[in-house]
Design a protein around this ligand. Sequence first.
Ligand code: FAD
Length: 633
Amino acid sequence: MAEIESHDYDVIVIGAGGAGLRAAIEARSRGLRTAVLCKSLFGKAHTVMAEGGIAAAMGNVNSGDDWQVHFRDTMRGGKFLNNWRMAELHATEAPQRVWELETYGALFDRTADGRISQRNFGGHEYPRLAHVGDRTGLELIRTLQQQVVSLQQSDHAEHGDYEAGLRVFAEFTVTDLLLDDDRIAGTLGYWRENGRFVRLRAPAVVLATGGIGKSFKVTSNSWEYTGDGHALALRAGARLINMEFVQFHPTGMVWPPSVKGILVTESVRGDGGVLRDASGRRFMFDYIPEVFKESYADSPEEADRWYSDPDNNRRPPELLPRDEVARAINNEVKEGRGTPHGGVYLDVASRLSTEEIMRRLPSMHHQFKELADVDITSERMEVGPTCHYVMGGVEVDPDTAASSVPGLFAAGEVAGGMHGSNRLGGNSLSDLLVFGRRAGAGAAEHVAAARHAHPDVSEEVVTEAVNSALAPFEVTDARGQENPYSLQAELQQVMNRLVGIIRDGAEMCAALEQLAEIKQRAARLAVPEGNRHFNPGWHLALDLRNMLVVSECVAAAALRRTESRGGHTRDDHPGMNPKWRGTLLGCELRDGSIEITEHEQPPMREDLLRLFSLEELGKYFTEEELAVVRTPS
Ligand code: FAD
């Protein structure tokens, strides 16, 4: 094999969204030589698209808020399937991470008395989302990047080289993790511009690659989100958990077709917007589930009073967790009460003044005006569910973000456990910072421990990875060649149609059969045109390997879980089953196929269990699990 570009680092971070940048800052600040790799331009990641805000119990707008309330909301939102230790760390550390962002230069919207302002969001008991209008992710990425640049400037001052301690490889795609026996030893990737391969050696890799949404036809996710990190972890021998839980955000654009799926932020509802059927009826009052009845208003009058007097009224049902609202919209459309383009109306025009809309929701105004020619200050938006977020991901140790593969860490959307069966809005941005920092620290500690036993990458391992990436150029016989774009479209249809928002056993069996067939055909994926110089067909052929294995995980785990919970709704198994609450489904790759295994959920610590009423716990837990809190402490 020809010589390929090679570099040595202490820590490699794959992904330059919020989780990746925070991990890299931590590793570099602890003195480690760190590389950050990202598939698209530096600064272009899902994090930058985040609109609504970052959840942190700072209590600035309602002093009743604290970490225990945030913890409770997060566990309720995830229907108690969350890894409780992650939820605890997240709730306790999120405020510090937001304040830290201010030290990096972030400028959040303020309250009248000058504190960071916080807004309402679905499932959060108090106004909790720190925000910058509806462009919060942009501010988050801007300030993390600024911190990266600032570290690079100090490296230049000390070593005469900006990249001595922290280098960014942009428009660079990782195709494989390289192992030394079962330990991490580095990565193989290629420059998207010229297709040249690069080997990076390091004893620690942090996966921060975001989500999997591009496996579904209607999605808020952009082109990069093909589940690469999930697939890299599987191929390296790590386990994924909770893959059956995919979040369909209730409000994506439904019209025109070219923009179907683009997100309409939950802040529209948080700031007073309401959902109406085609006749103008506010329908969410019909969809308050038993477990949430006590906390949500049952009349429009009470719901509207809540905005000005939250202490004496219950919340509007438009602010139920996302899974509940998405199912309600789905049902309205199915029963024939939808809008002409198959959605429902989201109405903020009749609820807020033009000035308020322009101040609080400038991006939404721009988005609808430009893309749909709708002026949201005077017209209603048409919206419907869109695939948005994956709760499932790499199983990690909550404190260190370490996976079961020595040297492999994961943080952000690619990691599993934190959000259980359903994520609350705003809890992702805080998750990225809390666990990004922990992953950077975990990787640094791992490197320190491995200081005298650095793993190495054999030439055979690298050659095998390069050959596998070049395989689509070797399929030269025109008969039987498969086109990456057609296969991707087929895959997206299968996932949307058969493993979407409402599922049933027969459909998922059909999905698994069709995925197996697509997988067979994918062996003949070909790139008949062009060479390795910027060749999107080749890039997609490589991404498709990842999308396929991740889709198989989602479908197989969803088939196995015979209950409905959070982001997993089965027509043939409606309702939650307490036995399933204690069970996590793991996905592992064995001989090229996904194997699903059942694992017991670690029991929640007693002091955390006692934060909930027995009556509430009784809706989720078995009698056996509750024995510990039935006796007074
Ligand atoms: P990302 O920000 O998605 O970054 C992933 C990185 O990995 C990118 O740099 C990408 O290029 C890189 N990458 C991927 N694969 C490879 C590869 N093979 N090789 C090299 N690099 C790779 N959450 C909230 O909490 N609040 C909100 O208001 C909010 N609004 C949202 C609005 C939209 C439109 C969307 C899509 C999501 C929103 N979310 C929100 C969710 C949240 O933005 C994401 O979950 C979060 O940003 C994920 O961050 P991350 O750091 O894990 O990954």
